[in-house]
Design a protein around this ligand. Structure first.
Ligand code: LLP
Length: 421
């Protein structure tokens, strides 16, 4: 459920008509709903209610500071994967002891920054990274809390580009080597092992792969404890999927996910962390664009819109489906027409949907891409020298631009010209 609904014949974000925002900020733009963000965060928080837990929002999904603050003020921690994300979370007021640092290639500089600023734990992904962390922490006279990410060799049954838990993926250490790596970690003086980390992929629409992975983590917990390690925290990653195609998908609910966590690892008495990104932000955001032209091709009609693949890359990159709806509510019973919905960028890949059934649309009409809140704005680029599109946040009957559209001068003047030219 989200808070983008038709009222009085037009799409609203909470209590604000999308047309009002479009008139104020121009198109295209991203639009987020505070109530939806909070609702999704709370669903996870409540799903884990019986256990000592922290929901660490995977801020890679949507990292505007206004979004981070909204969630952090509700109690969320953050999962970061770079120094930029760490600094952004800190700038949004998130305390270091609520930030977990994931990612396969943390540099010494990133490690130092997090140790200086405060960190809940590093999720280590390899032995060389462990050696580097130990060296940096030691040089600073600190002891770094860590979990080690294990790769459970589970098929997440999701898009190949976003599956991470198979042995051929670059993530984590093979679970079969865990005892040896934990033994080495225990010997390092500037590292304190606090738990185990696992994340098997993103947009999972079935609980079975999670359950398999978490069962393996529970077994490993018992083994590592018997080896003398104080395993007191389990970071179970993110990855729960969302219904991109509302008409025919119903992924598991956070409540069922929480019950499965309770069932698989609840008896261990560990503190539980999860790192959901998409489920919190995905359906809390839409991208609004305007039809520039309707072009009749041979045997097909194109809606050429002012949003493009550089603004929302998911369809081009993962063949992802986004529901696309007109901002003015169609009269019930209006006959639908198939359109190819495309952006103005000079590549055939700049196609959002092929032969999508829509009510008839005309130049100037506004459309909304649903489920665009996660991995939308954050993956945007300035390809074709198109400015990054603004982000807007709604809260009840108020809205605010949370990242303005840069001017062309700002964009162009970032280039610096060598003296020989
Ligand atoms: N934790 C770790 C270690 C991750 O790598 C990820 C996502 C998450 C948590 C959050 O997963 P989520 O709950 O959002 O599924 N750009 C792709 C998705 C990439 C996901 C990368 N890792 C997309 O647009 O579908």
């Amino acid at each position: 459920m989200d808070h983008f609904m038709y009222q009085n014949g037009s799409l609203y974000a909470e209590d604000v008509p999308v047309t009002d925002i479009a008139a104020r900020v121009g198109t295209p733009f991203y639009l987020y709903s505070t109530a939806t963000l909070l609702r999704h965060y709370k669903l996870f928080d409540e799903a884990l209610a019986g256990m000592d837990h922290l929901v660490c929002y995977a801020m890679k999904a949507a990292s505007n500071q206004a979004i981070l603050m909204t969630l952090a003020q509700a109690g969320a921690g953050m999962d970061v994967v770079s120094m930029g994300e760490y600094l952004r979370a800190r700038a949004a007021g998130v305390p270091g002891d609520k930030i977990v640092f994931s990612g396969v290639g943390k540099t010494a500089e990133e490690i130092r920054t997090a140790l200086e600023g405060g960190i809940r734990q590093f999720n280590l992904e390899s032995e060389p990274e462990m050696v580097a962390l130990n060296a940096v922490a030691k040089s600073m006279g600190k002891v770094a809390p860590v979990t080690i990410r294990v790769n459970p060799d589970v098929d997440a049954k999701t898009h190949a580009k976003i599956a991470t838990g198979k042995s051929e993926n670059k993530f984590g250490i093979p679970i079969s080597r865990a005892r040896e790596v934990y033994r080495q970690a225990a010997e390092m003086e500037a590292i304190e092992v606090v738990g185990i980390d696992v994340h098997i992929g993103s947009q999972l629409t079935d609980l079975a792969p999670f359950e398999l992975a978490y069962t393996k983590v529970a077994e490993l917990t018992a083994i590592l404890r018997a080896d003398g390690h104080d395993i007191r925290r389990l970071d179970l990653g993110g990855g729960l999927g969302i219904p991109y195609e509302r008409s025919n998908s119903a992924p598991p609910l956070p409540l069922d996910y929480g019950a499965m966590i309770q069932r698989t690892v609840g008896h261990l008495g560990c503190e539980i962390e999860i790192e959901p990104g998409r489920l919190i932000a995905g359906n809390a955001g839409i991208m609004v664009a305007r039809v520039i032209y309707v072009k009749s091709g041979e045997g097909r009609d194109f809606l050429i819109i002012d949003g493009a693949m550089n603004d929302l890359i998911r369809p081009a990159m993962y063949d992802a489906h986004h529901d696309i709806i007109p901002v003015i509510e169609p009269t019930p019973g209006t006959e639908q027409h198939p359109y190819d919905i495309v952006g103005p960028v000079c590549e055939s890949g700049d196609t959002f949907a092929k032969q999508r059934s829509m009510v008839p649309l005309f130049a100037g009409d506004l459309i909304a891409f649903r489920s665009a809140g996660a991995y939308g704005a954050v993956m945007a680029s300035e390809y074709n020298t198109r400015p990054l599109i603004p982000e807007v946040l709604v809260n009840g009957d108020q809205f605010a631009v949370i990242r303005p559209r840069p001017t062309f001068d700002e964009m162009i003047n970032r280039d610096t010209i060598p003296e020989w030219l």
